[in-house]
Design a protein around this ligand. Sequence first.
Ligand SMILES: [Fe+2]
Ligand SMILES: [Fe+2]
Length: 291
Amino acid sequence: MKMAAQKRLDVLCKAMPTEWCLAERLDYLRRYLKSQHEETFHHSNRTADLAFHFTHYLPEFNQHRREELVMAMRCHDLGKLVINRSILDANRRLTDQEMVQTREHTTASFVLVGPHASDMVKNVAKYHHEAYNGMGYFGLKGEDIPFEARIAAVCDVFDALSSERTYKRGMTAGQALSIMTADKEDSRAMGRRTFDPYLMRAFSRYIVACREKEFTVQERESLDAYIQSQPMEDFKHDLSLNRGWSVHESGQRTLHDDKGVVKLLSRGGSVVYDRSKRDYEPSSKGSGLER
Ligand SMILES: [Fe+2]
Ligand SMILES: [Fe+2]
């Protein structure tokens, strides 16, 4: 971490008495964020709202985990407190050096939420800029990225695109989802490869359900085509298996075929079926994914 950012981080950590409980710590940091960079504060609240409503579309999420995720989203960008304000508000493409500094906010968020934060809060803080294709900040790929961080990435990018910032106008929901679901060949470009296909599909359905008026006919048609094609894209080579698969709380997927249970592991976008593990216990939760 750059010296100036590390210094700001140290000062901020020292400002918080060690006897504070977690709630006091996070409350202090959120109020401080509001006073220092209101835009990031509101962005964090909007992504928390998105995550709250979106996770109602995910059968593996219960109310307790949902509330934890809401807190995680409210805190995910606290690390921006240590990033130079001129970089945060830059109305231009960032230089490579500025990008390196911006990327440090995830580590700073992780440090700021502190050792007593839940795994969900810590994972979202540290990994919300990971990309499913491995092109994110730390280079984690596919289901190596914590499930909650994959959810955070979808909500975070959607809000970044659709909300108004000091330097840009907000996109409609249709425009934002067109970018997020575009089938880009370049793995570094924003598009469907950036996000978990299961989550991106469910998120698209959620956004269409609540913001339908923000779609042109063409955007709606191409999104419908995308929704129909997902999550099969991962499993294209064997569509006959594509029945009754479920996602566990960890984000691990399990697939049930006609002959028994098939455990599915996804690493870095490739899919491995382990047909030998017939005794694998399927989750009792969330067997009915959208098809
Ligand atoms: Fe961030
Ligand atoms: Fe964010």
